[in-house]
Design a protein around this ligand. Structure first.
Ligand code: GLP
Length: 247
């Protein structure tokens, strides 16, 4: 696992964007799995800049959302598809037909979860996944638990995750209590993994994740410790509880 500590959130975002741009140039129709939340916003802004100023071409790129709140459809402003559409898709030349995600508001959740996993298989698997991390160590919406599920599934959200995501809603009661999330298998099978974390509120979990000597389902991100191609990009605040990692 390569741990890269950058000066600040802007550098963290640029570093991640540069790696994504490199992947798109290497494989113009790369399948990217993109994360939501506040962490990747700067990365998407930098990708938009690279598109506008340096002609980074998204025309063949395929992109997926890895999770979605149950009950919110694709057009809901707090939904994750809407987030991706507004944070990146509509600002670059990606073909919307090449973007997808779990549609947790529709039909039978088990069938929808299977449809989503089959679609990822059919597309040939994820080339690059950009992950954030929750303060409790969750990735996408795979929450700390005794069991981590391989397949896409519906997940009850932890109190921490609900509280943390409340800032995107008018009040905490509006935060859905369940989400459909990509499972551990497709995350782990992604050919390249980038995990980004910025800010002091991520320093504790980054210390636990990076110094963990074991697979710990209480910190779902620890499965990534076994991944052969993972880069963890932090800013100095998120790295502040690590020893000997600065610079
Ligand atoms: C949500 C998302 C995750 C994201 C996490 C951290 O729970 N499902 O994909 O990594 O939030 O969000 P933030 O980057 O806002 O701290």
């Amino acid at each position: 696992m390569e741990v890269i500590v950058t000066k600040n959130r802007e550098e963290m975002s640029k570093r991640a964007a540069a790696l994504i741009a490199e992947e798109i140039k290497r494989k113009p129709n790369a399948l990217l799995a993109l994360s939501t939340g506040s962490s990747p916003i700067g990365t998407y802004q930098e990708l938009i800049r690279l598109h506008r100023e340096e002609g980074l071409d998204f025309s063949k790129v395929r992109a997926l959302n890895m999770d979605e709140y149950v009950g919110l459809n694709r057009t809901h402003p707090q939904g994750y598809y809407y987030f991706m559409e507004h944070s990146l898709y509509q600002e670059v030349n990606i073909d919307k037909a090449n973007t997808f995600g779990p549609q947790a508001a529709e039909g039978n959740p088990k069938e929808e979860a299977r449809r989503f996993d089959e679609k990822i298989e059919r597309e040939g698997g994820i080339d690059l996944i950009l992950l954030g991390i929750g303060r409790d160590g969750h990735i996408a919406f795979n929450m700390p638990a005794e069991r981590l599920y391989f397949a896409t599934h519906v997940q009850e959200l932890s109190e921490t995750a609900i509280q943390d995501n409340a800032r995107f809603f008018d009040n905490v009661d509006q935060v859905p209590t369940k989400a459909m999330t990509i499972g551990i298998e497709h995350i782990f099978k992604s050919r390249k993994v980038i995990l980004i974390a910025g800010g002091k509120n991520k320093s504790g979990i980054m210390e636990r994740f990076i110094n963990s000597g074991a697979l710990d389902t209480g910190i779902p991100a620890t499965v990534l410790r076994l991944h052969p191609d993972i880069k963890v990009i932090l800013d100095e605040d998120a790295a502040s509880d690590l020893q000997g990692k600065k610079g």
